[in-house]
Write a new protein. Structure first.
Length: 220
């Protein structure tokens, strides 16, 4: 799945000359935490987020004792200017319509951002937000693949061997669709990991957990 499949195409934007109060009101009215900034040519030049507005003078943020450093001057401008162009973040992390949702999710995690504009030939065509990705999870459904007992058992065992050390791989049997897990685990965290792996195998259904706490034997 790609950005073009999940992006919101109706995007509320700002102009560089808009006021900070206008930007804040637009965020509230549209229940969004960030707004792209578009110039007169339709080119995206920045983005204003809640984080850009949190250190404003209206919230009690005052100027530094003196404005002798570049950082102090930058902070003063960002906290006191009434124009969007002085407060917006830039450069902006963007993607194109063919960027995969896996890549977008990775960007959200690594860059600590909540949304990413989608650009086509320099122009904004949509936005993908965290909510758009969460929607994919909400709409997902378990696999409807029907497995026979033996095929399901072999598939689960193979997945466990692929992802776990041999010393903690449980014994798997499947009887009338019920998956039975037996063996020794070191702690409840290992139990949860095994359950997640099993649940992720297409066709997995009811699980009968008969694994015991203890010290697994090392097969070496």
């Amino acid at each position: 799945m790609k950005a073009k499949d999940v992006m919101s195409q109706h995007v509320v934007t700002l102009s560089p000359g808009n006021s900070i109060a206008h930007a804040a009101q637009i965020m509230l009215d549209n229940t969004v935490s960030g707004l792209p900034v578009i110039d007169d040519d339709g080119t995206m030049v920045g983005i204003v987020t809640e984080g850009d507005l949190i250190d404003r003078m209206e919230l009690g943020h005052g100027p530094a004792p003196e404005l002798s450093t570049q950082q102090a001057r930058d902070d003063f401008i960002k906290s006191h200017s009434w124009r969007v162009q002085d407060v917006m973040s830039r450069p902006v992390v963007t993607v194109n319509e063919e960027t995969t949702i896996e890549e977008i999710a990775s960007l959200f995690s690594s860059r600590k951002i909540k949304r990413v504009p989608v650009i086509r030939e320099g122009h904004l065509v949509g936005v993908v937000s965290r909510a758009d990705l969460i929607g994919i999870i909400a709409r997902s459904k378990p696999s409807l693949i029907a497995w026979g007992n033996e095929a399901l058992c072999l598939s689960i065992a193979a997945r466990l061997r692929e992802m776990l050390h041999p010393s903690i791989c449980p014994t798997v049997t499947v009887i009338e669709g019920t998956i039975q897990l037996r063996g020794t685990i070191r702690d409840e965290n290992e139990r949860r990991v095994i359950r997640v792996i099993v649940d992720g195998v297409p066709g997995a259904g009811r699980v009968l957990d008969q694994m015991q706490l203890g010290k697994p034997e090392d097969p070496r």
